[in-house]
Design a protein around this ligand. Structure first.
Ligand code: AHR
Length: 502
């Protein structure tokens, strides 16, 4: 067994914990909406058709903000189809996911659902097949109080009060050749700038997110962000990052180190944005909206090949997650917290059924996937200020990222309560690691909670038949003596420890 040391100090402050780090994403994709959050007729559906069993899990997950309605879906979406009397809502082809969209669930249903779930909405606009006027129309319909054609239409549709939507995405992944309405950086930058400028004429305090690259592996990564911001810098507040990770070719070591890519991704997009600002002699800091991140076995989807049929709510990308995936999700949250001073919003993609922490069956049960647990624990335990951790750890050799420290960690400190939460990952695939953590700067204290995700078989999953196969387990090795903590982190594991410093 090897040893690592971690030093924590209140002086290592990064920024206050941002609740928007714990955002999520609901797209009209597969069964995320239909038979996910919305299933009229389900025994647990409420009067609005929202599944209360799913709502209870959403609350337990501790999500804050929810991006909607896509994703690739939004680039061909007409929001007007999803409002007004149900019987006059049209069925449409959704080209993004080769599905039939019934439009039974639209803007007003979504907003009602966010109110029940207690979530902040983040609305995405269609800048694929549509443009400035449609963006303005949606803004007016959704947020103008009354007295105009579109605000009165909303009121006729039963929503007397304007919707409180302050955070908007200016399209989705328009750098991707798969996207309906794919554009060059220059074309998109102009459209984003014009849409943003017009929207802020209506509501100057909106927070607007320009599309960054759909992954750091895109050939235009870097130049896309630079060109888009050259056009839209004055009018936008944030730029998006999207990243999905998966284990490939049995390379667990690289997979466990996925957060190395996330750190690098955030760093390079922030540097590009700062460069554009410096050229303009502006001190405006463009935030990062990491509005799609998760583990996603994209290779499985490609292996499945194209589908023949156009179906309503087909079973699409319902990845079943294992314990290693949960460790990676925990470590990606460590990265997002560490970058709290730059990451303005982060959305795990997605919420239910499609690459999601929650699974549900039509007419049946809802349960927690493995990746549910590190998210829920981090969201619950992180409070106060994020603290950088000073780590000395042995390295592991990875095929994708070279040598990386075997241990990664971040902490939060809530001065009011005296609580310290420490989130740690052991990325070593073959060795447990003893961590000696110096927390004397917070006083002597006691250990309130020490739990983690670790399994003898890292490929264990939760299923409908066995939904509690992988759950957080107590880490009984944790000892605290005079402010010095000792813990054994099992190989390929994620651990959360809460200390009461008083
Ligand atoms: O989250 C699934 C898809 O991944 C989204 O629709 C798209 O934006 C991304 O490529």
């Amino acid at each position: 067994m090897t040893t690592a040391t971690i030093v924590l100090d209140p002086a290592f402050r990064v920024a206050p914990v941002n609740r928007r780090t714990f955002g999520t994403f609901v797209e009209h994709l597969g069964r995320c909406v239909y038979t996910g959050i919305f299933e009229p007729g389900h025994p647990k559906a409420d009067d609005d058709g929202f599944r209360e069993d799913v709502l209870a899990l959403v609350r337990e997950l501790g999500v804050s903000t929810v991006r909607y309605p896509g994703g690739n879906f939004v680039s061909g979406y007409r929001w007007e189809d999803g409002v007004g009397p149900l019987e006059s809502r049209p069925r449409r082809l959704d080209l993004a996911w080769k599905s039939i969209e019934t439009n039974e669930f639209g803007l007003n249903e979504f907003m009602r659902w966010t109110r029940k779930a207690g979530l902040e909405p983040m609305m995405a606009l269609n800048l694929g097949t549509r443009g400035v006027q449609e963006a303005l129309d949606l803004l007016e319909y959704a947020t103008h109080p009354s007295g105009t054609h579109l605000s009165e239409l909303r009121r006729e549709h039963g929503e007397k009060d304007p919707h409180d939507i302050g955070l908007w995405c200016l399209g989705n992944e328009l750098d991707g050749p798969w996207q309906i309405g794919h554009k060059t950086a220059h074309e998109y930058g102009r459209l984003a700038a014009e849409s943003a400028r017009a929207m802020k004429m209506v509501k100057p305090d909106l927070e607007l997110v320009a599309c960054g690259s759909s992954s750091s592996g895109m050939p235009t990564f870097g130049s896309w962000e630079a060109e888009v911001l050259e056009e839209a810098f004055e009018y936008v507040d944030h730029i998006s990052c999207h990243a999905y990770y998966q284990e490939t070719d049995g390379d667990l070591g690289s997979f466990l180190a996925s957060a190395v890519n996330m750190d690098h991704f955030i760093g390079s997009v922030a540097a590009t944005a700062d460069h554009v600002a410096a050229k303009r002699k502006s001190d405006k800091r463009i935030g990062i909206s990491f509005d799609e991140w998760n583990v996603w076995y994209q290779s499985h989807m490609h292996e499945a090949g194209p589908r023949d049929e156009w179906e309503i709510a087909p079973r699409l990308i319902e990845d079943e997650y294992n314990a290693a995936d949960a460790v990676v999700v925990g470590s990606l949250l460590i990265s997002l917290l560490r970058n709290t001073d730059r990451v303005a919003v982060a959305c795990q993609a997605q919420l239910v059924n499609a690459i999601a922490p929650i699974r549900s069956e039509p007419g049946g049960a809802a349960w927690r996937q493995t990746i549910f647990h590190p998210f829920a624990l981090t969201s619950r335990m992180a409070a106060g200020e994020v603290l950088r951790a000073e780590i000395t750890a042995p390295s592991v050799q990875t095929a994708k990222y070279g040598e990386v420290p075997a241990v990664d960690a971040v902490a939060t400190y809530d001065e009011a309560s005296g609580d310290v939460a420490v989130f740690m990952v052991n990325r070593h695939t073959g060795s447990d690691i003893t961590v000696e953590l110096d927390a004397r700067a917070f006083g002597s204290g006691s250990v309130d909670e020490a739990v983690g995700i670790y399994e003898a078989d890292v490929y264990s999953t939760n299923t409908e038949a066995e939904p509690e196969r992988v759950v957080p387990k107590p880490n009984t090795s944790v000892r605290l003596d005079g402010g010095k903590l000792r813990a054994v982190l099992p190989k390929a594991s994620w651990t959360a420890v809460k200390l009461s410093a008083r």
